[in-house]
Structure formats: structure tokens, C-alpha cells
Design a protein around this ligand. Structure first.
Ligand SMILES: C[S@@+](CC[C@H](N)C(=O)[O-])C[C@H]1O[C@@H](n2cnc3c(N)ncnc32)[C@H](O)[C@@H]1O
Length: 288
């Protein structure tokens, strides 16, 4: 059994969240989500066992609250108030509604607005959740320290840089955990690029298949470091070099495969910096 004196790398290497009983998830396991059940457990564990109330808990890209519910459930188990600050535009298209909402038992509804649904689904954690609606590019963080930062919104280089500029400077060295939920997603090559540029500020702690990577903040990046770590200004050649360095640094078969695929996609479509556009272009190329 590990204790609070063990180095974070050793704590995370044991993947202690996998031992959480189903009961720990409570009703958070019922909120529709794009998370795997392992990721749900990780979020409950992070908020219950890792967080000590040293800073805020922030969920960027919460969809209808699946990730938020797990974090809020963890805070509730730990007897902390929170709230979890959850950001999203709270809008879903027909295909996301079909695939993630109706398939999970949400009754069909008209339109794309999901805010009322998220509020209803998160009612069991009322008071432990603060929803922030709108385009993330228009949102600004207060500067308050952040202990847990979960990112599933960095679908473009512009958003990736905005998230870093707003939230990364508030992370607490040696304490704050950043989860990049799309880190190994092959249509978001800018994420390993960003973290390679910030390798003196973050160290990888754990990979959760298929795409999530947890990082410990070892040194809070200042404005200068964040400027140097911008992804939006990189051309494909620079990104390929950084991806190759990230791949070698991780020395992990899953990272090797995923980053290799990102490099292939970037070579095929060197100008695309938006995951949706890249995915559509890859589909079109595959079907022609
Ligand atoms: C993959 S989903 C998040 C899944 C969620 N964490 C869960 O537990 O199911 C990504 C979310 O990011 C949101 N998003 C993407 N781009 C955004 C933007 N520019 N502003 C606000 N929200 C955005 C989408 O609305 C979507 O709900």
C-alpha cells in the first residue's frame, strides 16, 4: 500500500484506480459519457485520493457531464465541496445524440441544446458542479490554483494554445495532474507536440488506453514558456520533428503506434489544424 510520501510516478504506476469498486462510482457510472470505464475510475480516484483540496478541479469539454460526474463523485467521497468547474458549449448534433445519448437511454429530444440535460444528469452532485457554457475560446480562468485539470476539448491548435494560456499557469508544481484525454488520438497531433515543447514542465505519469495520458506538472509554465509552446505557429516540418521526439521519449508501444499514425496523417494533410476537418479529409481519402 502506497502512502503520501511515495513519488507520484510510483503511485500512478500501480494504477490504483483499477481497484475502485463499482460502488465508488455511484450514480456517476450512469451519466452518458464518451469515457471508458477505466477513465471514469481514474477521475473518481483522482478527485477522491489524489486531490487534497490544494486547488480547483477543472473539466474542459464535459459533453453532458459524464467526466464531471466522476470528478464530483470523487469530491463527494472525499467529503470536499468543490465545485468541479465544467466547460462546454453544451450542444450536440444528431449523430452524437444517437450514439452517446439515446444509446444510453436518454429519451430522444428536439434540437441540439444539451445544457438542461446536463443540469438534470448532474443534479445528484448539486453544489459540487459549476457549469460554464460557451465557446472555450471566449472563456478565461480566474488564475486560482488548479489541482486537477482534465482536457477533452483541444480539438484544434487554436484551442490547445488557448487552454494552455488560460489554465496551465495555474497548475501547482509537484501536485497538479493534467489529463489529456485525446493525447494519443491520431487526429490531434498538436497534443504530443505541445507536451514535447513543455517537457521541462510536465512528466508523464500514466497512459490509459486508448488515448488518455496523465501528466504531473513539475514546473508551472510562465507566459514566456507558454508562448514558446504554442502549436498554432508550427509548420508541418516542425511538428513532425517534435512528434518524433515525443515518440522516442515515451518509449511506449501504444504511443509509438499512435504518434506514428499522427505523423502519417500530418504528412498527408500538412495544413490541417482542426480534428474534425482532418477526420473528414481522412475519411474522404479512404473512400476514394
Ligand atoms: C469528446 S467530448 C467530451 C466528453 C466528456 N468528457 C465525457 O465525459 O463524455 C468533447 C466536448 O468538447 C466540447 N467542445 C469542443 N469544442 C469546443 C469549444 N470550442 N468550446 C466549447 N466546447 C467545445 C464538445 O461540445 C464536446 O462536448
Amino acid at each position: 500500500m502506497r502512502d503520501s510520501h511515495d513519488p507520484p510516478e510510483a503511485v500512478f504506476a500501480d494504477a490504483p484506480w483499477t481497484a475502485l469498486p463499482d460502488a465508488a462510482l455511484g450514480r456517476a457510472g450512469e451519466v452518458p459519457s464518451m469515457l471508458t470505464s477505466r477513465e471514469r475510475r481514474l477521475y473518481v480516484w483522482l478527485a477522491t485520493h489524489w486531490a487534497r483540496g490544494a486547488g480547483a478541479v477543472v473539466d474542459l469539454g464535459c459533453f453532458v457531464g459524464g467526466s464531471t460526474a466522476c470528478l464530483a463523485q470523487g469530491l463527494a467521497l472525499a467529503g470536499r465541496d468543490g465545485p468541479v468547474h465544467a466547460y462546454d458549449r453544451f450542444s450536440a448534433n444528431e449523430s452524437a445524440k444517437e450514439k452517446f445519448l439515446y444509446a444510453s437511454g436518454v429519451p430522444p429530444f428536439e434540437g441540439s441544446d444539451t445544457l438542461a440535460l446536463a443540469q438534470r444528469l448532474l443534479a445528484p452532485w448539486e453544489g459540487r458542479v459549476a457549469l460554464h457554457r460557451g465557446d472555450i475560446l471566449d472563456q478565461h480562468w480566474t488564475g486560482e490554483p488548479i489541482e486537477l485539470l482534465v482536457v477533452d476539448i483541444a480539438k484544434s491548435t487554436a484551442i490547445t494554445d488557448h487552454v494552455a494560456a488560460q489554465f496551465f499557469g495555474a497548475l501547482i508544481p509537484g501536485r497538479s495532474v493534467l489529463v489529456h484525454q485525446d493525447y494519443l488520438h491520431n487526429v490531434q497531433p498538436w497534443l504530443p507536440v505541445q507536451m514535447e515543447l513543455l517537457k521541462d514542465h510536465f512528466t508523464p505519469l500514466a497512459h490509459l488506453a486508448p488515448h488518455s495520458m496523465c501528466f504531473l506538472c513539475t514546473r508551472a509554465p510562465d507566459a514566456e514558456a507558454l508562448k514558446r509552446a504554442r502549436t498554432d505557429t508550427r509548420d508541418a516540418g516542425a511538428m513532425l520533428e517534435l512528434l518524433d521526439a515525443a515518440r522516442r521519449r515515451h518509449a511506449l508501444p501504444a504511443a509509438d503506434r499512435a504518434i506514428g499514425k499522427m505523423m502519417e496523417n500530418l504528412r498527408a494533410h500538412p495544413g490541417l489544424r482542426d480534428a474534425g476537418a482532418l477526420r473528414r479529409r481522412l475519411r474522404r481519402s479512404a473512400s476514394s
